[in-house]
Structures are given as structure tokens and as C-alpha cells.
Ligand binder design. Structure first.
Ligand SMILES: Nc1ncnc2c1ncn2[C@@H]1O[C@H](COP(=O)(O)OP(=O)(O)OP(=O)(O)O)[C@@H](O)[C@H]1O
Length: 228
């Protein structure tokens, strides 16, 4: 479903040139639940952003669901991302002036011709699924961090993406809430066959993954499939 071949990423900031990813190849199958671990600065976010169409590699090719995404122009890529990919961020990135319901509904505004009833039904189903139906009219400042991340998960899923990337989704949460968030993502992966790829520092919270990819200095140093 995702194939990345010989990815290279160089950041150029003024005079400083930093080769963060040198030569990374990776294949991800449909429905996998993958954790990308590694020390700070090892390139986890860079890899997620490239696979998730938020950034482009300096060199190399990425194909998602048979579509070559490297080479797409920005508009085409944004469109592709909107239809195929969900994102969850460390800092939740909810819109403060919108209610929980409206935050989840927001990505659907980008999808034209979606009947009002379908829109409403998707949002309500997800609110139920992430356990936030009772809080649907609150603004983000009235709910806890764990609840904000539940809303962000629902928002990432509302477009029915086949792939969800999560960048340190539990970093701002206590250990118990972090476990609950991972369990929730796992449940959604089981029920919807959504592919999840999440980056984390914390190997303790990844006991439930199918596959653990370890990155050091922009290179995959281990790629383990976990037996259950
Ligand atoms: N937009 C950018 N411009 C310049 N350098 C960048 C940029 N983004 C990341 N870097 C550098 O690339 C390296 C890898 O960063 P990246 O955020 O991908 O690592 P990470 O493993 O996700 O780290 P962390 O766990 O701290 O989030 C770091 O040295 C970082 O400073």
C-alpha cells in the first residue's frame, strides 16, 4: 500500500546543509499498526511527513495505493492527502473557537458534494466511537488533553482515510492516558482495517504494535514484526 524507495531528505537552512535521511526504503501493507521509534532527531517526523504527503523527499520515490506521489504538484498532493490520509499531532491542533463536533466535521468541508445527512452521521458515529458524544458542544479549552487527542483521532478519521499518521500522539499525555489513546487507535485499526503509523520516543507504550521500526540517524536499524 505504501512503498518508499531510496528516500533522501536534505534540509538547507541558510549556509547549513543537513542530510537527515540518507537512503531509506520501506514497505507498509494495508492494515498494519506500526510504531516508528528512535531518539530525538533521528528523523521520525521527517519520515512521517514525507510518507504523509506533508513534505517531499529530496530524492527517492513514494507510491501510495498505486499512485506515485513524488512528482505531484502541491495542489494535487493536497487533494490526494485529503482523500487518503489522516494526521494526528502531538499538540492536538484543534481549532479553539470551534466545538468538539465542529472540529471533527472540519475536514469534511473540503469534500464537495457530501450530503448533509452523511456528514452528520459520520461525525456522530466517530464521536460515539472515541467516547466524546457527551462533550460534543464544548470548546477544546473545556476538555482534558486525553479528550483533545480523542477528538483529534476522530477528526483524522472522518474522511475515512486508509492511512493515519500520528506524530508523537501521546507525548503530551500521562502514561495511563497514553495507553488509552494507543488502545483506541488499535481498536479502530482492527475494526476499520486502517493502517496506522505512529512515531514515538517511548518504547514502553508500544507493546501492542504489529511492527516496530527503529530509526537512528535517519537509518532503519531494526524492523521487527511482533508475534502475538
Ligand atoms: N524544517 C526543518 N528545517 C531544518 N532542519 C530540520 C527541519 N525539520 C527537522 N530538521 C532537523 O532534522 C533532524 C531530524 O528531525 P525530526 O524532527 O525528523 O526527528 P525526530 O526523530 O522526529 O525528532 P523528535 O523525536 O525530537 O521529534 C533534526 O536534526 C532536526 O533539527
Amino acid at each position: 500500500m505504501i512503498t518508499a524507495h531510496h528516500l533522501k531528505k536534505v534540509y538547507q537552512t541558510g549556509e547549513i546543509r543537513q542530510e537527515v535521511i540518507k537512503d531509506l526504503s520501506l514497505e507498509i501493507s494495508e492494515g498494519e499498526f506500526i510504531s516508528l521509534v528512535g531518539p530525538s532527531g533521528s528523523g521520525k517526523s521527517t519520515v512521517l511527513n514525507m510518507l504523509g504527503c506533508l513534505d517531499t523527499p529530496t530524492k527517492g520515490d513514494i507510491t501510495i495505493n498505486g499512485s506515485p506521489i513524488t512528482g505531484m504538484n502541491r495542489t494535487k498532493m493536497a487533494h490526494f492527502r485529503g482523500e487518503n490520509i489522516g494526521f494526528i499531532f502531538q499538540s492536538f491542533n484543534l481549532i479553539p473557537v470551534l466545538s468538539v463536533y465542529e472540529n471533527i466535521e472540519y475536514p469534511l468541508i473540503m469534500i464537495q458534494n457530501l450530503p448533509e445527512e452523511e456528514r452528520k452521521s459520520r461525525v456522530l458515529t466517530l464521536l460515539e466511537e472515541v467516547g466524546m458524544l457527551d462533550h460534543k458542544d464544548k470548546t477544546p479549552d473545556k476538555i482534558s488533553g486525553g479528550q483533545m487527542q480523542r477528538v483529534a483521532i476522530a477528526r483524522a478519521l472522518v474522511t475515512n482515510p486508509k492511512i493515519v499518521f500520528a506524530d508523537e500522539p501521546t507525548a503530551n499525555l500521562d502514561t495511563k492516558t497514553a495507553h488509552m489513546i494507543i488502545e483506541l487507535m488499535k481498536k479502530i485499526q482492527r475494526e476499520h482495517q486502517t493502517t496506522f503509523v505512529f512515531a514515538t520516543h517511548d518504547e514502553k507504550i508500544v507493546s501492542n504494535v504489529d511492527r516496530l521500526i527503529t530509526l537512528v540517524d535517519g537509518e532503519i536499524v531494526a524492523d521487527q514484526r511482533m508475534n502475538k
